[in-house]
Design a protein. Structure first.
Length: 213
């Protein structure tokens, strides 16, 4: 039997990632990736991750420790001082369990280390797509989407004008870094984008705290 190509599957332990892993396991050797970022359900998710990996016979497993998310805080999912709100499907505001720009960190990190991933035979978007057009598009796209999302607190009455101006400037700074990384497609530009993304969150939350209504 020929050796199957490797596909990295990000597995949280929930239903969506379980189904994704099942689909990938049909044609690929699954390399399971799990992110531990200080979420309240970290232990339960890790247990489910390992159970799913066992079920699919996954030998390649990596648990990434992203503790800076809990250090930044601002989300009830990662900050124990913030109460988790009950689910309200009629509420159009962003739930307080939302962790901004969490998934996009993986794009920047994967781009930084794409040579190592390629050498290991792990198929991730920045690796299999040599020109990087799709990766670049997603980086810019999610930065553009983040800009209007970040100013929602102003229009919902949670923050004032100072926050609005600051969030727009920070969003443009983030977008500029994303465009620069997307155009350059170099590890150095990706490192800078990752640093901007880490700095962006605490700065936005700081503005929200000092200019809350």
């Amino acid at each position: 039997m020929p050796e199957r190509p490797v596909a990295v599957v990000l597995i949280s332990g929930g239903m969506d990632s379980c189904v994704t892993a099942a689909i990938a396991a049909r044609n690929y050797e699954v390399a399971a990736l799990h992110a531990s970022y200080g979420q309240r359900t970290a232990q339960r998710e890790l247990k489910c991750f390992n159970a799913l990996a066992d079920h699919f016979g996954v030998a390649r497993r990596l648990v990434a420790q992203l503790g800076y998310f809990s250090e930044i805080g601002g989300s009830s999912l990662t900050d124990l001082s913030v109460d988790v709100h009950d689910a309200d499907l009629t509420n159009k505001t962003i739930p307080n369990t939302y962790v901004p720009f969490r998934n996009a960190h993986f794009l920047a990190i994967a781009t930084m280390y794409k040579e190592q991933y390629r050498a290991a035979g792990i198929r991730m978007l920045p690796v299999v797509e040599k020109e990087g057009k799709n990766t670049a598009f997603q980086i810019v796209f999610f930065n553009v989407v983040l800009l209007p999302v970040s100013i929602i607190p102003y229009f919902t009455g949670l923050a004032g004008t100072f926050y609005l101006v600051g969030a727009i400037l920070l969003g443009l700074w983030f977008l500029f870094a994303g465009i620069k990384a997307a155009r350059a497609k170099t590890p150095e530009a990706s490192r800078k984008l990752l640093m901007v993304s880490v700095m962006y969150l605490p700065l936005v939350f700081f503005l929200m705290v000092i200019n809350s209504k």
